[in-house]
Design a protein around this ligand. Structure first.
Ligand SMILES: [Zn+2]
Ligand SMILES: [Zn+2]
Ligand SMILES: [Zn+2]
Length: 236
């Protein structure tokens, strides 16, 4: 936003919270990933309001509003130039856009209990897999998705992010259990391309009291030992 000259520093965080709340994006570590709903809404806006969702429109409107603020532009005139066309667009879009119901995403898998179709539900505790025959069939399962980046341990496996109850997530290498096996598993978010300065192992982001801290992914690394030791020293 800063790069395109839209919004103000004070509006950045509000913008992020809004798109998160509306489930247009999801957080993964430091990154925001667009959701299917986000893509759908973006396409719909681009199809129907292409001039308005254009960044140059936003930047232009902001500078016109600045001109109003310093008294160089008449706000009535500004609205008269903008509003009639916008109103028509809304009427047009209202007639064109079909009501979109967000369908449960089909997984293509068959329910092991009843043979029905399995879908992805978005519940209060995050996404999970459930049977489309709910409530007759109560089958549910935790979700597994492919995370960004490669396994930091073997460098070639794909990362699978598993979500269990209460949003707790962990990462495993998709080569776990395969031959040759990779034993990568981590509660912490793997960081791509960074190595521990002490032992050369991969790095992770550890969440503690709502903040993320980089640390070595190797539990036996001296850089983690010193910390643990002093923790236990103070307890003993
Ligand atoms: Zn079922
Ligand atoms: Zn691996
Ligand atoms: Zn280390």
């Amino acid at each position: 936003m800063e790069e395109f000259g839209i919004g103000r520093p004070s509006t950045y965080s509000k913008t992020i919270t809004t798109v998160l709340d509306r489930k247009y994006v999801e957080k993964e570590g430091k990154n925001l990933l667009i959701t299917d709903l986000g893509k759908l809404v973006t396409n719909m806006l681009e199809e129907n309001f292409n001039e308005i969702v254009d960044v140059s429109f936003t930047a232009g409107m902001e500078s016109k509003l600045d001109d109003v603020e310093i008294g160089e532009k008449d706000w009535v005139r500004l609205l008269k130039d903008f509003y009639p066309g916008f109103h028509d667009k809304i009427k047009q879009a209202d007639a064109n856009i079909e009501k979109v119901k967000i369908e449960d995403v089909k997984t293509g898998e068959i329910c092991p209990d009843c043979g029905g179709e399995l879908v992805i539900k978005d519940g209060r505790n995050g996404k999970f897999i459930a049977c489309s025959n709910y409530p007759e069939c109560k089958y549910t399962r935790n979700i597994e998705v492919q995370a960004k980046g490669k396994c930091p341990l073997c460098g070639s496996g794909l990362l699978i992010k598993k979500t269990i109850k209460n949003h707790r997530t962990f990462y495993v290498c998709d080569k776990k259990g395969n031959d040759p096996e990779c034993k990568f598993i981590s509660w912490d978010i793997p960081v791509e391309g960074k190595k521990c300065e002490t032992c050369g192992s991969y790095m992770v982001l550890h969440r503690f009291r709502g903040k993320m801290y980089p640390r070595c992914g190797n539990e036996d690394c001296p850089s983690r030992k010193t910390r643990k030791k002093s923790d236990s020293d103070s307890k003993d």
